[in-house]
Design a protein around this ligand. Sequence first.
Ligand code: C2E
Ligand code: CA
Ligand code: CA
Length: 619
Amino acid sequence: MYSSPQNLVIGAVATVSAAAVAAWLSNSFWLWVAAAVLAIVATVRIVAALGLSPDADRNSTTLLEVTYEIGAFSYALALGVTAAYTIYVDSLAQVQVLMVANALGYGVGVTARNAGRPTIAIGQLTFSCLPIAIIGFVTMEPAYVALSATILLLIPAQSLIARRIFSELRDSVASANANAELAAKMEELARTDVVTGLANRAGLNHAMLEELMAADADTRLALVWIDLDRFKEVNDLLGHPVGDRVLNEVGRRLDAIVPAGSTVARFGGDEFIVFGPVPDPQAAELLASEIHAEIMRPFRLDGERLEVRASLGVALSPDNGIDADTLMQSADLALYHAKVGGRSQTCFFDSSMTRDLVRRREIEHELRTALQRDELSIFFQPIVDLETGRIRTFEALVRWFHPEKGELTPDEFIPVAEETGVIVTLGNWITVQAARIAANWPEEVTVAVNLSPLQIRAPGAALGIKNALREAGLDPRRLELEVTESLFIEDNHATARFIEELSDIGVRFALDDFGTGYSSLGYINSFPFSKIKVDRSFVSGAQVGKKSNAIIRAVAEMGTQLGMDIVAEGLETIEQVQAVRSAGCNLGQGYYFSRAVPDYLAAMLLAQERENGARQASA
Ligand code: C2E
Ligand code: CA
Ligand code: CA
């Protein structure tokens, strides 16, 4: 009703000038009064309409409506009464026509215009036309009576039209609202993760763009990228429904602790992102440690207890980036460092990480040519019998002497080789070299080669090992393959067949880094391991103590019963050697005995041993 005040102006100009013309023609005082009244009411209405804009929400709808109603009704009544008056006093015919036409035209026109409020429309129609009808009947002249009758038919007919327009308006407004609601709902859905009900990638992007745009110079925003450690194992061992419930619970916990105004999103698989304002970097650190604590709190699912850990990468805005992409990249790099640095920790982005990434790219690039350029070689670290002190096995450990970067550790390039698939070629080469060198050692000394899961799953893996043995002329019983628990997470037929095929010809298997993975003992029984290597974190790591001692003891006891060798890794001091020996380990490996050495030094160690043995025998 207020949307076009110009309508009011046009109507006012038309009727006020009509009334003025009528007054002038009939030289009537009362018509001048009528023209004046119409002009005053019209002016008040126009001023009110301009002041009461529908956009200004301080004006309640009721106030707007009542104001309009009073103005409209008085205006219509003034118009109707004026027209009726011209008939009543029997003015000039043209004057009557002018005023009656004005009043009827107004009444009819307004029913369509104001159909959005049918009571107002019908009221205006009635007030502007009814006085004419009444006066028409009063005159009792046939033409006027006919006019009155017409008006009495006009009023209900126009009312009907007003009501019909109104209901159609209402329906289309309702469906437009419903459409808008649906659109809003769809948008919301598109931004929501179905498993957790948190924001998804799109939702996070949306929130980040909004927050970053609204941020002023003093706002600090933290992006915490959370990756659940080894979550794939939970999914594989316990099933996806359980995995989903854990994700759900993690999401719920995060949502409960993040600062107000933060967004929590799930970002593919087992990754979550918390994005929100922090007063300073210390607050971000605090947030990170709270997140760790919340995630580590054991889960109870159907009475089962489950522990989950996470790695966190944090980037801050504006320090580490002011746009969403840079922030994400920074947090991603920080997360990568957290994972490489041993998982279950938090890393904050720092610019050196970009350099590390460059280095990694270089390694990726140069690894393929390193083999051809003869930059790789194999070192050997003895595994010693703790009873006799004699070398039983040498573990083959690869080394890369880079012409510019110097010596690169396998921890740096093996993961890259695994990611790029070069590990298959590299692994085959290592096995051939190690087997060749071992063929020169005394019969009773074996060689251990590390295998990546990827190498084992590659087609023709077993054949590759057999070929290497044949090429080197090494008895399969003198080769030992070290595999890690991660291999058994997936119930893979290829893995089982690989192990079976090689065990059949006498190759032995050792379970490496025992105690760092999921440590489900089930597969120890189902696969023919001849050796368990207890991870060095139990010997010299942070967890060393009564508990780790008890674990070594338990593993050693089980191993002895199953006829396996138990190796303690990472022995650096005589105390450690004595401790693991008394805990039941029969073999040991570590700097206490020797570092990994080149093949000629390995041969020298063996020769020395033989000499010592001969001397002892002759003595
Ligand atoms: P791993 O199989 O657990 O090998 C033992 C690692 O512990 C070696 O590191 C070894 O030098 C180190 N170590 C031995 N004794 C001690 C000790 O007393 N104290 C300490 N602090 N460390 C000790 P390295 O050679 O850097 O190898 C690291 C990892 O890289 C290996 O861990 C293995 O997972 C992988 N790797 C090495 N060579 C190969 C390979 O030829 N193929 C594959 N697939 N992986 C390899
Ligand atoms: Ca190993
Ligand atoms: Ca190991």
